[in-house]
Design a protein around this ligand. Structure first.
Ligand SMILES: [Zn+2]
Length: 400
């Protein structure tokens, strides 16, 4: 099968794809409830297949049945924006206080493109395709809710593989696809530690029970402690993002509580569960020595994103067939960001792929990164994403 033809075809309607992306860019919405975004996407896929809307979130799952029987493959595009006030010079910049600063507007336009391509070529398809438009990727558990709602089962059979693309405004050269077998992105969760002592006069700390000193010891000691307990070749990142204690107007008061919050990133299931096991012991030990009470809370984390090696082989092969050598790069290490595509791949298998979308003429090594209020994406890469995902679908369902 000639996957190159998918690229030529997707390029022939690049302006339509860019127009859809720019429409979506001007109506960014946050979290799980994205009614305007859902309506805009729905308008662009109406008539292509069976559309299922989510119950607990504004998702869309589109089912396109092939002309021939066969298994199902799932393609996923995420939909949500960030609570970031856009500061770019794009003529279509958002003005509503939210921003598609992570490129999910491009992902939706790519997903819509894939839907049209699959619908056009469904006579050659040996199986069915499910295309997800998923809210709540940015820490709202959207993928898990869609799995719970059974949005992956709409063809009547469990998909044999799933694929998704993520664009980057920086870090990758424009047009480069990147992935890797095994761990590709971190499990990302929060650790909150709250220490409770008893208040008192700062002149006589031995008469109260200061929570700040044990909190600082816990915060400082945590990284060193994990360093001694965990294999350094399977890294764990803990970074404290906030601390809260006392009142900045006074130095002579011992407060009752002190707390901090940290982000925790792990790259294997083993270390994800080990960190949850051993951190409470460390915290309790220090708290016991000081005679304070302590609460340790780990939030539900995204899972480690673990690509199937054979799906990554397909990504490389399809990329090479469309573009020749030189457009696919194997990432030397995983990336410390989190992504709920991890839940989809854990359930269905498959692979996640990064796509460089730095603006032409911009140095990708210094350009503002995803999530920055200055991040700008080159939406002329949309046909590249459409061609790759369509090629991947046909690599499974193209028949002979
Ligand atoms: Zn993202």
């Amino acid at each position: 099968m000639d996957y190159k033809a998918f690229l030529t075809e997707a390029q022939s309607w690049v302006e339509i794809s860019q127009g859809i992306r720019r429409d979506l860019h001007q109506i960014p919405e946050f979290g799980l409830h994205l009614p305007k975004t859902q309506a805009r996407v729905r308008a662009s896929i109406e008539g292509l297949g069976e559309i299922h809307e989510g119950r607990g979130l504004n998702s869309l799952a589109l089912l396109i049945k092939g002309a021939h029987p066969g298994p199902t493959v799932l393609v996923r595009a995420d939909m949500d924006a960030l609570a970031v006030v856009e500061d770019t010079s794009e003529p279509f910049a958002s003005t509503n206080g939210y921003m598609h600063a992570c490129g999910h507007d491009l992902h939706m336009s790519i997903g819509i493109g894939v839907a049209h391509m699959i619908a056009t070529h469904k006579d050659k398809l040996h199986g069915d395709v499910v295309i997800w438009f998923q809210p709540g990727e940015e820490g709202h558990g959207g993928a898990d809710i869609m799995l719970e709602e059974g949005a992956h089962m709409i063809s009547g059979s469990k998909p044999i593989a799933s694929y998704g693309i993520h664009v980057f405004s920086a870090m990758l050269p424009r047009g480069i696809f990147a992935s890797r077998p095994g761990a590709m992105m971190a499990s990302a969760g929060d650790l909150i530690v709250k220490v409770t002592g008893s208040g008192g006069h700062g002149s006589s700390p031995w008469m109260g029970n200061d929570p700040i000193s044990p909190m600082l010891e816990i915060a400082n000691g945590l990284q060193a402690f994990l360093n001694k307990k965990l294999n350094a070749f399977d890294p764990v990142v803990i970074n404290i993002g906030w601390v809260e204690a006392g009142d900045t107007h006074t130095t002579n008061v011992i407060p009752e509580t002190a707390s901090f919050g940290a982000t925790v990133r792990t790259f294997s299931k083993e270390h994800d569960s080990k960190v949850r096991d051993i951190v409470p012991d460390f915290v309790d030990g220090i708290a016991k020595a000081y005679g304070v009470k302590v609460e340790v809370e780990f939030s539900a984390a995204t899972k480690v994103l673990i690509n199937d090696a054979d799906a990554v082989d397909r990504v490389r092969d399809v990329t090479n067939q469309i573009y020749g050598e030189g457009r696919y790069m194997e990432m030397p290490t995983p990336m410390a960001g989190g992504e709920d595509m991890a839940s989809i791949i854990e359930e269905l298998g498959g692979a996640f792929v990064f796509l460089g979308a730095a603006k032409p003429g911009v140095d990708f090594t210094t350009a503002p990164v995803n999530h920055s209020n200055h991040a700008e994406f080159d939406d002329s890469v949309i046909p590249d994403g459409v061609a790759l995902l369509t090629g991947l679908v046909f690599s499974h369902l193209g028949g002979e």
